[in-house]
Write a protein that binds this ligand. Sequence first.
Ligand code: NAD
Length: 481
Amino acid sequence: MFKLKNYINGELLEPASKHYIDNYDPSRGVVYSLIPDSDERDAEQAIAAAKEAFKTWSITPKDTRSAYLLKIAAIIEEQLHDLAVAESLDNGKPLHLAKTVDIPRAAANFHFYGTGILHYAAHAHSMEDTAINYTLRQPVGVAGCISPWNLPLYLFSWKIAPALAAGCTVVAKPSEITPMTAYLLSEICIKAGLPKGVLNIVHGYGHKVGNTIVSHKDVPLISFTGGTKTGATIASIAAPMFKKLSLELGGKNPNIIFADCDYDKMLSTTMLSSFANQGQICLCGSRIFVEKSIYGKFKDDFVAKTQKLVVGAPMDDKTKIGAVVSKSHMEKILSYIELAKQEGGTILCGGKQQTVTGEFENGYYLQPTIIEGLSYDCRTNQEEIFGPVVTIMPFEKEEEVMLYANSTEYGLASMVWTQDITKANRVAMNLHTGIVWVNCWLLRDLRTPFGGVKSSGVGREGGFEALDFFTEPKNVCVKLK
Ligand code: NAD
């Protein structure tokens, strides 16, 4: 069976323990490769390599750093098909999604920061003829980058690319549930000739590798994307060490649909914002609030369209809903559907596991599920489910839907559908989320700040915000006379 390796100091290495973790193909429910079960020895080796490499990478001209990132982007583009197949196999997502979103976006991340760093500038503050202050933005040091399983290479590269561009070196840990494209990225970095130690990728569990990265004195900043509970654990370790922290956490995003929306556009986009990637995107709109006058029509149309979504093998072109990422995640989602029933919800469609015949019969497939009849403050509507499950609820007044929308502990993203620009701006202003999409969803400009409020996170990724995170501003005050 294929054994993945760690990428430490430019080399592909076995874990010190020589132990491996099973890596599942969720579309078949079988183990298809083995992941290093790394521990603190591997993580410490990687941190030492990154610390040494920082001495030169941090003073390497930005044009040179840029050239490496652009080379990596180019190789990802060349290998797009193979990477997409690997991502789909590892995660269960439809191949066409990996081909059109995940892998192109991973290349774009390297391209964006490979060029972005060339345009990154700092401020100067003149005190007329007394002094001039200028700000140096210097790379902070070894960055710990920890990412989740839902958009594996896409989110991994969203951290690594700005860190490397800014002159930090990196010790990165992909999710142990979807490690394959991170492993392939290490091969790509070797091919691109990235100097040794600049990027290190250590595979394994969060409580071993992740914890060593987070608690190590030589890692002064942590960029983490994952669950809110893990984020809280990381913050509790890193904050007393005064580390810089960027936390991108969970969500329970509202999709607010007013009667005056462009109905057809809203409906087709709501299909995607509800069920793309089996609903396993932190930005999916899992709570759908619909103005009462169009609630009945929306319900009928939305249910009819959802029932037509093909649940099937990820590599099949017809598939719209692939496998969810793991058996335990599937069971968690099913338990939330049971909870919704106990809370008085009606399952309008879906609600069950789906069997896909043949070699896929042991895969982790779920029917896309729509639930109605729940109160906005029940657990089903407050807790993150992170699967192909949405609730729909009618509302009459704007104030009422704002109460519903802002009622959760989360504040990542929201969607607003209306043709009334004044209402759209007012609602956007009053939503407690880091991102608001008006009449669209997942439309991304990589220059914009990305992140959440409340329990959805701390800090922002994207654009120069990420370069600000991976650099430390230093003010130099020069007296003129
Ligand atoms: P998770 O928190 O279980 O794991 C994320 C990563 O953290 C993994 O690599 C894991 O191994 C590691 N980890 C676990 N325990 C750790 C510890 N004690 N110390 C250090 N690292 C540790 O999350 P997940 O299940 O992989 O991902 C799903 C979650 O991610 C959802 O809540 C989703 O909303 C969130 N997410 C958020 C965003 C965002 O941008 N806000 C994007 C994608 C996913």
